[in-house]
Design a protein around this ligand. Structure first.
Ligand SMILES: C[S@@+](CC[C@H](N)C(=O)[O-])C[C@H]1O[C@@H](n2cnc3c(N)ncnc32)[C@H](O)[C@@H]1O
Length: 284
């Protein structure tokens, strides 16, 4: 049987992926990090599913649950907030499962930084302004940052910074970044993105600490720092540029294919639209 590490998304139950929903409806055992995965996300689980909140369990206890489910012939969904690829502690569980010979797979989820960007209605990469996003966190006593990943080193890059697990240290974040970004650099905080009590604030970096304190934000927040947060003033992307060569290869007649554009989203086009569609896109 398999342990599925499942990204539960940022909180809103309808931001679970379809794959995650299907899996949750099938598996007999579900482990979830109760501090960040709301009960609504578990609404689609089997009525007879064993639901285990791991908020107060240590790694040994969690591993024992996973291994025992496997020994009983049960698939397990192990839910983590956001996406399992960042700050999820999946790697250490997976290492234990490998040692125990338990197979595991990963189902991706919507990460908190993407939900925060959506709440801000903000693209984090803008042509000519910022094309690099650094997903990072602040050091904690138990989790120091590796050499070269301190805020000063990251700040020296001038890239757009997206900080997790940092809002309780907003004063330190601002103080360490000010020499690199300046007091006027735009910053934003999104607390509990996608939850009913979501809070969004935008301010200059120089006011970050006082604004976070005034809003009473202490946890479950993303901080974004970078010039991309200042709207306007950026060039159009090459993707939809009228100057871009769009001579398409002749298409065979038939059902509308799904077209994938480099860096763009899928869209369905009817055969008759195929030759004019790019020109119309460019005029938008
Ligand atoms: C242990 S990390 C989990 C990150 C997660 N794996 C992800 O993909 O977003 C927890 C941190 O993620 C951020 N976070 C998680 N959910 C959030 C949400 N709904 N809104 C804002 N920040 C969130 C906060 O910085 C929080 O301290």
């Amino acid at each position: 049987m398999t342990v599925w590490f499942v990204g539960a998304g940022p909180g809103a139950p309808d931001l679970l992926t379809v794959r995650a929903q299907r899996l949750l409806a099938e598996v007999p055992v579900v482990l979830y990090a109760g501090s960040l995965v709301p009960p609504e996300v578990l609404a689609g689980t089997r009525p007879d599913a064993r639901l285990v909140n791991t908020a107060d369990m240590d790694l040994d206890a969690i591993t024992a649950e996973l291994v025992s489910a496997h020994a009983s012939g049960n698939d397990v969904a192990r839910l983590h907030s956001g996406d399992p690829s960042v700050f999820s502690a999946v790697a250490e569980q997976a290492r234990r499962l490998d040692a125990a010979g338990v197979p595991w797979q990963v189902v991706p989820g919507v990460p908190a930084f993407a939900a925060a960007a959506a709440a801000l209605r903000q693209e984090l990469t803008l042509p000519g302004v910022g094309q690099t996003v650094v997903l990072t966190r602040t050091a904690a006593r138990a989790t120091p940052m590796p050499d070269g990943e301190d805020l000063a080193s990251l700040g020296a890059t001038g890239c757009t910074l997206v900080l997790h697990l940092a809002v309780q240290h907003a004063d330190r974040v601002a103080a360490e970044l000010l020499p690199y970004y300046g007091a006027d650099c735009p910053a934003a905080v999104v607390a509990r993105a996608s939850w009913p009590d979501e809070v969004v604030l935008r301010c200059p970096l120089g006011e970050l600490a006082e604004r976070v304190a005034a809003a009473g934000i202490r946890r479950t927040a993303i901080i974004v720092v970078g010039e991309v947060l200042a709207h306007g003033g950026f060039a159009d992307s090459h993707l939809y540029s009228a100057a871009r060569d769009r001579i398409a290869a002749p298409q065979p007649p038939g059902p509308a294919p799904r077209q994938r554009r480099p860096g763009g989203e899928d869209r369905l086009t009817k055969p008759a639209e195929r030759s004019e569609a790019p020109a119309r896109e460019a005029m938008k």
